[in-house]
Design a protein around this ligand. Structure first.
Ligand code: ACO
Length: 397
């Protein structure tokens, strides 16, 4: 069977002609245009609608980002207030959505619970139609429902009763208070808001691409999110924040980092989770911001500080070992420490990523369906037998 890249390229050419491109993992394939997010992976630059991520993370809020992504400009005060009102009045989810979460065993995977509850929303809205006139508004109404679902996934797993986020001055605050049943401090709300901003979009990674494939069939927005969630779950993508933090837990103390690294990464040849990226060949700019957030947030929290110290040492060893291959910390390396310091259990990290990324998914779906729609339908190179016949059962080996 032909399996080398060269053979596959030749076969693709033979089967589909000169226009065909064979690209394993769709590397270097461009599937859409976007005015949302720009990444220069060699320089470590990330911009949302032209604004550097560093500037957005220090000056902006998630609500402003929702407006920026969907409407292409920063909202004025009146527009922002209107957007906040819409968010605040859309946290409610149908009873069936909560039933779907709470009927499942408590040890169910959080992303599976989100897929399930999002699919319930798709099931309840029977005549979804894409429309340039309403898509953006609809996205703004879906985003708070994700906050309600993520909060209730957490509540269910922690044995708490259902609760819908209450309106407040910030999306991050409403979400945290629905999770924790207490007033959160401004610092906590602010840190959660920054985490939401940092994970809000990243062009077309596996999850966004999976969602785009779904909505390219003109399936509904919710189903697009289900597709994106399914792809996000894997440890090579959104699951990496959890996997990275589990490394820190396994290491347990800063003086064990070197021994663990030699055993697991060098001798064991395991991948260092939270390191490496298909696009970034230098330090992920989001990881730098998460690192400094983790640094300041853990100052007065000795337990979380321990994991920050472990991560810092591990980063140093990882860069020494892999930096020359362009493998550096990605956004998932330090984000878990921030979530941990906020009080979230490790199993929630991918769901928290999803909460934030729902914005990027929806913005890309709308950009694609409303402006540049075409069914996504690639081809595969056929490498099986050319001519074969059906073998009767009693003649089969
Ligand atoms: N640790 C050790 N080696 C690595 C790592 C890593 N984290 N990442 C890549 N490599 C090595 C591979 O072993 C391979 O080496 P080889 O050429 O000697 O065989 C080489 O780098 C290329 O690896 P690929 O997997 O082909 O490169 P790809 O572009 O697909 O990698 C990926 C991207 C999947 C993210 C990879 O870096 C990885 O597995 N990282 C760990 C998981 C992770 O942190 N994922 C989160 C990504 S960010 C996000 O999704 C939000």
């Amino acid at each position: 069977m032909a399996t080398s890249e060269k053979q596959l390229e030749e076969l693709a050419l033979k089967q589909y002609g000169e226009k065909s491109v064979y690209s394993r993992g769709l590397e270097n394939v461009i599937i859409k245009y976007t005015a949302l997010t720009f990444i220069d992976g060699n320089k470590g630059i990330l911009k949302y609608r032209g604004i550097p991520i560093e500037e957005i993370a220090s000056k902006g809020t998630y609500e402003e980002l929702i407006y920026l992504f969907l409407y292409g400009k920063l909202p004025n005060r009146e527009e922002l207030n209107k957007l906040k009102d819409t968010l605040n009045s859309n946290y409610e989810v149908p009873k069936e959505v909560l039933d779907a979460i709470y009927m499942m065993p408590k040890d169910s995977d959080p992303i599976a619970l989100l897929e399930l509850s999002t699919a319930v929303l798709a099931g309840l809205e029977k005549d979804f139609k894409w429309s340039k006139d309403t898509d953006k508004q609809r996205a703004i109404e879906i985003i708070p429902k994700m906050a309600a679902m993520v909060a209730n996934v957490y509540r269910h797993k922690e044995g708490k009763s259902p609760k819908i986020p209450s309106p407040s001055d910030s999306y991050a605050r409403s979400f945290l208070e629905a999770c924790f049943d207490r007033k959160v401090t401004d610092e906590e709300a602010n840190v959660m808001d920054k985490a939401l901003v940092l994970y809000a979009d990243h062009e077309v990674p596996a999850s966004t691409t999976a969602g785009l494939v779904v909505v390219s069939t003109l399936s509904d927005m919710y189903s697009g999110i289900v597709g994106a969630l399914a792809a996000l779950k894997g440890p090579l993508h959104g699951g990496a924040a959890e996997a990275a933090f589990r490394q820190f837990l396994e290491i347990g103390s800063p003086d064990r980092v070197e021994e663990w690294f030699n055993e697991k990464i060098i001798k064991g040849k395991n991948r260092l989770m939270g390191f490496g990226h298909r696009v970034y060949k230098v330090y992920d700019p989001r990881a730098k911001i998460f690192k400094s957030l983790a640094e300041s947030l853990t100052q007065k929290n000795p337990d979380a500080r321990k994991y920050y110290e472990i991560a810092k040492k591990l980063e140093e060893l990882g860069i020494n070992q892999f930096g020359s291959k362009g493998i550096y910390p990605n956004t998932d390396f330090y984000s878990g420490i921030v979530y941990y310091a906020l009080g979230f259990p490790v199993y929630m990290y991918t769901a928290l990523f999803a909460l934030s990324r729902t914005l990027g998914w929806l913005a890309h779906f709308i950009e694609y369906v409303d402006e540049q729609h075409r069914l996504i339908r690639p081809r595969a190179v056929y490498v099986g037998p050319e001519n074969a016949s059906w073998i009767p059962m009693d003649q089969r080996s």
